[in-house]
Design a protein around this ligand. Structure first.
Ligand code: CA
Length: 129
């Protein structure tokens, strides 16, 4: 699954570029989308191994995208939000996101969270002794 890309859905170009840069240096392939309306079709077509999803996106917001994606895919989703209070609200909604990150974040922290989620989701089944 590591041959598959990580999708970064973020309309702030600078943030998207920083994330892309750090994730690529960590060895992942990365695609970026700025418009929320592009995300669901892209996920259907390219089946990324993980989505970093900004909450506030033009076109379709992160909540609606998360709901749509969950109708056809269990791909891990890390939601990115600008406000800490939002995270409580998002957790309450139980949208099926796998993790939440609050802006401003350190890119290293994002990479660490991505690795943790990928490890958890795609862990090989335990081998018998
Ligand atoms: Ca945004």
């Amino acid at each position: 699954m590591y041959g598959r890309e990580i999708l970064v859905a973020e309309d702030e170009i600078k943030i998207a570029e920083i994330l892309k840069d750090y994730l690529e240096r960590a060895g992942y392939r990365v695609s970026c989308l700025e418009n929320g309306g592009q995300v669901v079709p892209h996920v259907k077509k390219n089946q990324p191994c993980l989505i970093l999803l900004d909450l506030m996106l033009p076109g379709l917001d992160g909540l609606a995208i998360c709901r749509e994606v969950r109708k056809f895919s269990q791909v891990p989703i890390i939601m990115i939000t600008a406000r800490v209070e939002e995270i409580d609200r998002l957790l309450g909604l139980e949208l099926g996101a796998d993790d939440y990150i609050c802006k401003p974040f350190s890119p290293r922290e994002v990479v660490a969270r991505v690795k943790a989620v990928l490890r958890r989701v795609y862990a090989p089944p335990p081998t018998r002794p």
